[in-house]
Each structure stands twice: as C-alpha cells, then as structure tokens.
Design a protein around this ligand. Sequence first.
Ligand code: ADP
Ligand code: MG
Length: 400
Amino acid sequence: MSIFFLNAAPAPALNSLWECVQAPQVSFDALSPIVADLWEQTGTPEALGMDPQECRQIQGALQALNQEAARLSDASGRIQTMNLQPSLQSLASSWPVRFRAPKGHLASGGCSSVRLGYDTDVGEMVTIKAAERAEGVPVSLAVIECLLSQEHWLLEMLQRDRPGAGPRVFRLERIEGKLCMVMEYLHGTELSQLHGSALIHGLKGDADLDRLLDLCRQAVAQVAALHEQGIVHCDVKPENFMYHQQRLRIFDLGIALFEGEKHLSPTGTPVYMAPEVWPHETPAEFSRDVFALGVTLYWLMTGVSPFEADSPGEIARKVMLSDPEPPSEVLLRSRPDLRDELSPTSLANLRAFDRIVMKAFSKVRESRYQNANEMLADLQSRLQVEPLPQEAALFLQDAV
Ligand SMILES: Nc1ncnc2c1ncn2[C@@H]1O[C@H](COP(=O)(O)OP(=O)(O)O)[C@@H](O)[C@H]1O
Ligand SMILES: [Mg+2]
C-alpha cells in the first residue's frame, strides 16, 4: 500500500484534462485543444516541473487517446463524441498518479493541513488531513493528534452505521512523521461558496425555491444522521458541508463530541454558537447543533447571517439579545418581485420556514427542537415541496 501526495499544482492544461475525466460526457472538440496544449507542454518537462519519465508516460496516454478518437470517428472523420468518456477514464488510470488532481493542497488551518493524494490500496483519489500545529495555536500537538484520532473513529462509526453521512474514511496512519487521516475526496463545492446572495438573486419561481428548501432539508438530514449516533458536531456551518455529486455531505468532525461530553473551553465558530455555549463550556447537547443549523438555513435563504458583527463580543451580544427579522421578510425585501412570482403554496412554505428557523435558534434551548431529527420531521411535515429531480445541480452551478 502506498499513498502519493499530489504536491504539484499541475499546469492549467492538466487541470482541464482532469475536468474532462470527471465530466459525465465530453466532446472531442472540447478535448482536442487541451490534448494539443498538453502534448506541447510535456515535450518540455521543465515547463511543468515534471520528471521526464512521467512526461513520456503522459505523452503515451495522449497518443493512445488520439488513436481511440480516430477509431471512434466516422467515415467523414467526425468524432462520435459521447463514447470518449470510458476510454478517457481508462487512460487516466495509467497516468502518473500525481497528475490526476486539480490541485495538491486544499487547506491549512491552525491544527491541520489538508492535501490531496492517491491511495493505491483504495484505488482512488483521497483527502489526507494531517495533524499540524501552526504558530501561536494554544494547544499541544499531542492534543491535536487526539482530536484527529477521535475524528477518525467517529467517521468510521458513521460509515458503518450511517453510510452517506460524512466522507468515507480509510485509515489513520503516520506519513512522513505526521499523524494523518486518509479519507474520501469529496470533489465539489463547499456550501459557503454557494453565495447566499447569488442564490437568492437567482431565484426565479416555485421550482427554484423548492430546490433551495431541499438543500436546507439535506443539511438538516446530515446532522440528524450524526445525532442518531449520539454525536454532537459542535461546528455546524456552511463551510463544513460539501455539495458533492448533487448531495450535501457534512464533514469536519474535528471538535465533535458525544452527547454529554465537554470541551475544556468554549469551542466553535462565534456566529453559529448558541447562547448557552458562550459563558462557559456546558456538556454537549444536540440543541447546540440545532441552533447552528438555524443560522445556516437563515444564511442560505437570505444571504446574510443573523448575528454577524465585527467583534466576538458584539456577536455574543447579538446572539444573546437580538431578535433577527424572519428570513422570508429579508428575502422578500431584497426580492419584492417574488411576492407575485411565487405561488400561494410557496409563500406558505416561506412562512413555515420562518417558524422552523426561528424555533431552531431560539435563545432558550428548551424551546428549540431537541435534536436535528425533530427539526427534520417538522420540516418535512410543514413544507409542501415537490420531490426534486436531479437537475437541482444546475441551479446551484448557476449560483456559484
Ligand atoms: N473529505 C474531503 N474532501 C474534500 N475536501 C476536504 C475534505 N476534508 C476537508 N476538505 C477541505 O479542507 C478544508 C479543511 O478541512 P476541515 O476538516 O474542515 O478542517 P478544519 O478543522 O481545519 O476546518 C475544508 O474546508 C475543505 O475545503
Ligand atoms: Mg472546517
């Protein structure tokens, strides 16, 4: 078994080729300039910062691709476009591993760095989260490693009992001296990158609103799967959901706890932290995730965060004292045209959505839903939303 880190940020032509391999269909017209460009670049390995041997391998793959294209072309020389995808994929599997990724480095935070890799055992691209301590972070590396081990363990449990919630996890091991968790690569867009305001400005009518409500439902369902396993995520926010293969998946269980456990100090992301979490760390309850879900859904519907402010002190004041306007009012103020465009059912859905979100971030935790399953059940019973076809993805892509 071996893991290859994908260190290089490959050249644009390699990125484009990677996109073609990922796409459900690809036309040779779209592909051929990329192939030509890549052919030229691999002729000068230095330009790509590549090993000459690897360049020869890529050239071999490109040549085979051209032959395949010739085989698929009809008498007039035109390419039958749809059929290229399987051969592209099989060619991709013979490329040198470190060139199968759009980028090597995904993110670095205070306690981890996240990179892409290819795992020969699993036979697929993987995400590798390594425990690392950045300058000035007030916890030891030993604590950071414990948190990563716990995250691995929780994801393993989810994978076994709730497949589809969170990324699949493959192993925890030391690589180059660092403790690393190797997991599924969720190739997609973080929910936070689907600009809230772009979403609302893109809303055209009932079908779009239904898609947005379905996205909200998926976010609640992901957290509900965790709660069923007794896990409190403790950092629910749009940055920790990935829109992958037309579904939302929650990830980053780095500070998750079992219900009743406690962090040593208040932990989380300020605008999503429930009032009871601020003064002192209380035992973890599902209702703190419910609060954060309320804030997340509010942002999705309006493009604004109800408790946003310049300093943590001001955020805390707002979380504890302010009563945000219902989300539908914020939405309809910025899109007054929707009052006429939406059907009575959609307008009723919006009012029901208001009540659900406002209940979720109620200041008194006893007044909230006690867990995400309760919230999900209410959402499903109160909103009349048509079951969604796959083209939900189109709307989201338009919005990015
Ligand atoms: N399984 C994954 N697939 C794809 N990208 C991921 C995955 N896990 C993490 N990432 C990327 O790395 C970033 C940081 O990872 P995360 O687990 O959220 O760590 P942190 O605790 O530093 O927020 C994420 O915001 C996301 O962009
Ligand atoms: Mg995160």
